[in-house]
Ligand binder design. Structure first.
Ligand SMILES: *[C@@H]1O[C@H](CO)[C@@H](O)[C@H](O)[C@H]1NC(C)=O
Ligand SMILES: *[C@@H]1O[C@H](CO)[C@@H](O)[C@H](O)[C@H]1NC(C)=O
Ligand SMILES: *[C@@H]1O[C@H](CO)[C@@H](O)[C@H](O)[C@H]1NC(C)=O
Ligand SMILES: *[C@@H]1O[C@H](CO)[C@@H](O)[C@H](O)[C@H]1NC(C)=O
Ligand SMILES: *[C@@H]1O[C@H](CO)[C@@H](O)[C@H](O)[C@H]1NC(C)=O
Length: 290
């Protein structure tokens, strides 16, 4: 392998970086290192401590519900009984996203965690979480768990996988519906397709389920900004943590699964007050029985 050969050259008055740089040490995002950190994070949740987390970068930051806080004052300060965890892996962004459902803890939680690593040495630079509990938007962890257990988010045959671009475009079109009416037609709606909004299911687990009930009818709202992505083509999935401005700047997580280019599942975690009524919100999806 060639050594790192960038040099500083003088172009006019400015210094510019030139040359192809290949680092001397093998710099590659490691799937096993990523999964090891996920295990450590889950172990931390199980015992209520940050101590299990290893290989933390010196510039490490912890975000919870879109705020940077000290990691020990967040969800890791609680002991959780974890009934469900599912992880997607993004080797390009060197990041993971993990969905965690915990209905049986002293306080019930449903949370999503993006963990971002530095590819050079897989050190953890950011843990970015959306943590929902009782009184958050459509929250009922028991019911969320029941629906999730009926779904299949398994690996997609290599020949049938959608590209990262296709997967991300579907997520962006979906999240654009609040601010752009044309985006509705750009969403690759599938059938069957089911949305799990907090604990509320738009489908019945039947072949004719569609994802369109309750989509936004007001398309002149704020744009669901500060989107952070984790994309895993092997399972056709993307998670987006973002801000729902139209729900009092709620921290939000949307995870999508595509099959054959079409939307199959949508999971949402939204830290907004479920007792409040928000103007301009589309009709809530009607609850179906798990
Ligand atoms: C959410 O976090 C992002 C990333 O740090 C930041 O750019 C944005 O201003 C935050 N938004 C709110 C409403 O807190
Ligand atoms: C996470 O889920 C996997 C199965 O998908 C399971 O083997 C593992 O024990 C779970 N971890 C925790 C901490 O519950
Ligand atoms: C949560 O959902 C479960 C299962 O559908 C239901 O039995 C329970 O009453 C719900 N809890 C609340 C607080 O609504
Ligand atoms: C609205 O969505 C359509 C379809 O995705 C896209 O072509 C258009 O550029 C979007 N408009 C804006 C202002 O983002
Ligand atoms: C749509 O959202 C905009 C921006 O929040 C708001 O000003 C407007 O009143 C809403 N329209 C309806 C019909 O709710």
């Amino acid at each position: 392998m060639r050594a790192c050969q960038h040099t500083l050259a003088k172009a006019g008055a400015a210094l510019v970086l030139t040359g192809l740089c290949l680092p001397t040490a093998m710099a590659a995002c490691s799937r096993s290192a990523l999964l090891e950190t996920v295990d450590q994070f889950l172990e931390g949740l199980s015992i209520g401590a940050a101590a299990p987390l290893q290989n933390i970068a010196s510039n490490f930051a912890y975000m919870e519900n879109n705020k940077t806080i000290n990691i020990v004052s967040g969800i890791l300060g609680n002991v959780l009984i974890i009934d469900h965890n599912r992880t997607i892996i993004d080797l390009v962004a060197c990041a993971t996203y993990t969905e965690v459902i915990s209905p049986r803890s002293a306080k019930p939680y449903v949370l999503g965690a993006q963990i971002r690593h530095r590819a050079a040495d897989n050190a953890v630079e950011l843990i970015d979480t959306v943590v929902s509990t009782t009184n958050d938007w459509l929250f009922n962890a028991t019911q969320t768990l029941q629906y999730v257990r009926g779904e299949s988010w398994g690996v997609i045959d290599a020949a049938k996988r959608d590209s990262r671009a296709t997967i991300q475009a579907a997520a962006d079109a979906y999240l654009d519906m609040w601010s752009n009416k044309s985006a509705i037609a750009a969403v690759p709606w599938g059938q069957p397709c089911v949305r799990l909004e907090g604990s509320v299911y738009t489908g019945k687990g039947l072949p004719d389920d569609v994802c369109t009930p309750g989509i936004p009818t007001n398309n002149t709202q704020a744009p669901n900004s500060a989107r952070r992505y984790v994309i895993d083509e092997t399972v056709g999935s993307v998670n987006v943590i973002n801000v729902f401005e139209h729900l009092d700047n709620a921290a939000d997580s949307h995870e999508f699964r595509l099959e054959g280019g079409k939307l199959r599942y949508v999971h949402t975690i939204t830290v907004a007050d479920s007792k409040k009524s928000y103007p301009g919100l589309g009709p809530a999806p009607s609850p179906a029985s798990p």
